[in-house]
Design a protein around this ligand. Structure first.
Ligand SMILES: [Mg+2]
Ligand SMILES: [Zn+2]
Length: 274
């Protein structure tokens, strides 16, 4: 295992579009969706939409079929598999929902590449209706972050991940995202982390306007091909930096040992080659 944790947003990062919009549009419920969005938070609208689709005779299988056809850039799955093969710990952090994300990742054959999916609960109830719940139950508790929607503060979740990294011996986070909701977590990244905002998308605009607020190194990307190139380049660079550092550490201890031995034998001082 490398010491790298890669955190992926889902919509418009792993997949190329927004999964909620895709399902609603494909199942012909766009008008109602837009109407409801005027009256309640996005996450609550999606739960209502699932009930509405059920009452219109759409089954769970219909929704799954639509999810399996979702557009994804052909280089994203190879990029994820390569990052996993290089020993990175991959996680999803998304404001979509567990039912969509697991259906899509399993269909793509990459569910096992991820150690953790942080998202809104999503499941099929006894009546065969998909239910979508908020990550934070904002009716009983406010996460208190003014940057984020009421159901999810990704910054709070990144802080939780960071708190566990020290105990797991991991040092570097690479975060990939496109949306305004990915700005809050980007502010929590440290000097040793990397932020990969999708160029010309909301998080990229926010970062350009507030660059001084970010401590992490920023590497933009445009599409799946670019994502693959930038991500794998970063990972291999970090890994080789770790290796060089470890070699230097080893050389030093070897040197100390030799030096001690030589000193004891009162031989001429060794010549240091830089
Ligand atoms: Mg997104
Ligand atoms: Zn937040």
């Amino acid at each position: 295992m490398s010491g790298i944790v890669v955190v992926f947003d889902f919509d418009k990062t792993i997949i190329d579009i927004d999964s909620d919009n895709w399902v609603v549009d494909e199942l012909g419920a766009t008008d109602l969706f837009n109407e409801l969005l005027r009256t309640m938070p996005w996450n609550s609208v999606m739960d209502k939409m699932m009930a509405e689709l059920h009452s219109r005779g759409k089954s769970v299988e219909d929704i799954e079929e639509v999810l399996k056809c979702i557009p994804i850039h052909p280089r994203v799955v190879p990029a994820i598999k390569a990052a996993h093969a290089l020993g990175c710990d991959l996680r999803v952090l998304s404001d979509a929902n567990l039912f969509y994300i697991e259906t899509i990742l399993k269909h793509l054959g990459i569910r096992e590449c991820f150690s953790e999916i942080n998202t809104n609960p999503g499941f099929v109830n006894e009546e065969g209706v998909v239910r979508i719940m908020p990550f934070h139950d904002f009716h009983t508790f406010s996460h208190g972050c003014s940057l984020c929607p009421p159901n999810m503060c990704k910054g709070k979740i990144i802080e939780r991940i960071q708190a566990t990294l020290d105990t797991e011996g991991k040092k570097t986070i690479i975060y990939l995202g496109d949306g305004a909701g990915d700005f809050c977590p980007s502010l929590k990244l440290t000097e040793t982390d990397y932020m990969m905002p999708r160029k010309d998308f909301p998080v990229w605009d926010l970062i350009c306007k507030n660059r001084h607020l970010l401590k992490a190194e920023i590497h933009e990307w445009t599409d799946g091909e670019d994502l693959e190139r930038v991500l794998l380049q970063l990972i291999t660079t970090i890994i080789s930096m770790e290796e060089i550092k470890n070699n230097i550490d080893n050389t030093n201890s070897l040197f100390d040992y030799k030096f001690e031995k030589i000193a004891h034998e009162t031989l001429p001082k060794p010549v240091y080659v830089p």
